[in-house]
Write a protein that binds this ligand. Structure first.
Ligand code: ZN
Ligand code: ZN
Length: 258
């Protein structure tokens, strides 16, 4: 199952960043991000990194320099809702069913005409502290170029606010409480928020990601994304049956599924 996250620029209170679909845990995304920020062991120019990152909507799109790995088009957004069997292309390197294999050999991409996948909206897909969706965005890595600190946030369940709105809404609503703001999800009648797990000096030694992960998982009640698992559209078409999404994710963000 995917563990959603965000690589962001800003401060723990005010951040904006790109979406990450798979394995956003510190031991994976945290470590990858550290490696990316320290090519050859030297800290990157963080202002340049920030400017570059925020041209995109998705971490993979950023890593791919905006080139869609399905069709090879540039600047079209991250691919999603992939209905062709070439999805397996990402999972294992086996010959693809036709016409994807021929396409790959002829054009270098399995679906060059984008007949079997759609595209995201680039920077319009960014996530920010204005609407952080802490039920689904489980880990956020906020990089502050000004002080060269990376703050790791994790999502946790918060007590039901006394002033929780009573009206129905599919989108979560921000509620101010004496402990700070939380996000109230009326459909599941639960509140979530992001909390700081670690502040890491990017000029110092690499932290122990496992400790940060254990700290993040242990110190808070993790989101219990409804236990009702439903297949996403791609699963329905039978190509990625091992990938399951939650009901709410299907409802909210089908376009984010690949
Ligand atoms: Zn594409
Ligand atoms: Zn999916």
């Amino acid at each position: 199952m995917s563990t959603r996250g965000c690589v962001a620029i800003g401060t723990p209170e005010h951040w904006q960043g790109v979406y990450n679909h798979w394995d956003s845990y510190p031991t994976y995304l945290g470590a990858k991000l550290w490696e990316h920020l320290h090519p050859n062991g030297q800290l990157r120019d963080l202002n340049a990194f920030a400017e570059d990152l925020l041209m995109y909507g998705d971490w993979r799109e950023y890593l791919n320099r905006g080139v869609c790995p399905c069709c090879g088009q540039k600047g079209v957004g991250q691919p999603h809702t992939i209905s062709g069997p070439f999805y397996d292309y990402w999972l294992r390197s086996e010959p693809l069913p036709e016409p994807f294999q021929s396409n790959l050999e002829k054009h270098g991409y399995p679906d060059p005409e984008a007949k079997y996948h759609e595209h995201g909206n680039g920077p319009d897909d960014q996530i920010s502290s204005e609407y952080p969706d802490p039920l689904y965005i489980e880990w956020v890595y906020v990089i502050n170029p000004a002080n060269k600190v990376m703050t790791v946030l994790t999502a946790c369940r918060a007590p039901k606010p006394a002033n929780a709105p009573v009206f129905e809404s599919i989108r979560p609503l921000r509620v101010e409480t004496p402990q700070g703001s939380v996000w109230w999800y009326p459909d599941i009648k639960a509140a979530y928020r992001h909390v700081v797990v670690a502040s890491i000096d990017l000029t110092g030694p690499e932290p122990d990601w496992r400790n940060i992960e254990v700290e993040g998982i242990g110190s808070v009640t993790k989101p219990t994304t409804s236990m009702l698992f439903l297949p996403c559209i791609a699963d329905v078409s039978g190509y990625i049956s091992q990938r399951k999404e939650t009901l709410s994710v299907v409802r909210n963000a089908e376009r984010r599924c690949i």
